[in-house]
Design a protein around this ligand. Sequence first.
Ligand code: NDP
Ligand code: 2IT
Length: 449
Amino acid sequence: MLKSTYLQRVYTEVTTKDPYEREFHQTVLEFLESLDQIIDQHPEYEKKAIIETFVEPERVISFRVPWVDDQGKLHINRGYRVQFSSAIGPYKGGLRFHPTVNLSILKFLGFEQILKNSLTTLPMGGAKGGSDFDPKGKSEEEVMRFCQSFMTELQRHIGQFVDVPAGDIGVGGREIGYLFGQYRRVRGTYAAGVLTGKGLSFGGSLVRTEATGYGICYLTQEMLAKMKNDSFEGKTVVISGSGNVAIFACQKATQLGAKVVALSDSNGYIHDPNGINLDVVKDIKLGHRGRISEYAGRVPGSTYTEGFRGIWNIPCDIALPCATQNEIDGNIAKTIVKNGVMAVTEGANMPCLPEAMQVFQSAGIPFAPSKAANAGGVATSGLEMSQNSMRYSWSFEEVDRRLKDIMTNIFHNIYNAAEECGKPGDLVLGANIAGFMKVADVMLSQGLI
Ligand code: NDP
Ligand code: 2IT
């Protein structure tokens, strides 16, 4: 129950209007619990209906995506774009292709994206989209035909000043290439800034591929320094997932002196006590889209175990969940704490259930929430948009330096916000309040939007 009757009313409306949107309710409740701490100082939010406006997407688009497989059979998938908020800039956020995609998941991701994008300090609104299409086991041509059909509809809703999609689970450089090609063909215009995460030879930015994983480590580094007077040096790290985010978090953590001992995919996990050999992982995952189990057959001393949640039984100093939402429940969190973890950073979007967050926070473990910790991906997308507008490319070092500055600033911004709210060290509260205040001020100054 929320203390504020206004916030409780908003939450009740959200849950009764769309009773099956479990993930969306989860993210809204976490946000409202943070807001509950400061709402008394802001009567203008209720007076101007700011919170009920904030939790309602500006626009939700749902469409049919027909495509033909290699055997000539026609399939129908569902495509979506949730354009949540354009208060501080054009809608911005990734596209997810995964069989579990539904409106609840995309509304949760779009909502988080508003606050995350605000924290980057770059002018980007919040959105998310995708499809229940499963790219696993599909041929190159099937993926291409699906992307083309998806963009044939999506193109009428996006644009460099309107809405700028990028990748997420199941959407990487290959898919962005096909999507961009179709946008260019259908619209007859070369608007590089309509998508981010593009190939380097057609308007992509250096460091975008690495950005989310690197950014997670830059923020964690700052958190360790400030809250534990420590660093990655000599630490044991467990990272879940083995996709774009996990791979480059593994690379940066290793560069910063840590030993990453485990990675996973949706089938199971590998444990390599000698430290993950990332060249082998890249060869498996980026080289031929293989399964992580292959690693154990190639690297002596490593093991593979079925079931992805078992990875959290491996003791570590730093835990970086980088696979998907709601991976860590209260019991797993207790195991992680019992095994002596000193910091937890969410790499994936919302990998920890509320009770897991509670376990980490009440054990006094520094805990960085995803909307702050994984903002490096979208921040570098923002830098890609800047470079597209300038028709110019920055060097790897230049983009990396900007990314590191942004992540360092995000940490201090959320840390200070928590302190100002009288809850020092509560980075969940800090991220929600710091991210929201900026958007709320704009909503108040622009009128009802
Ligand atoms: P990828 O598709 O590259 O990789 C996803 C990884 O997570 C794979 O190892 C996949 O395993 C695993 N995974 C996916 N779904 C599940 C599931 N239901 N259970 C267990 N494992 C699962 O995606 P990304 O690395 O890009 O994204 C990972 C997370 O990071 C997501 O939460 C995403 O929203 C978030 N994120 C991504 C950003 C980006 O720039 N790409 C930016 C910010 C956040 P398998 O191969 O078996 O499916
Ligand atoms: O969740 C995320 O922040 C992303 N998938 C990246 C979005 C983007 O527009 O780069």
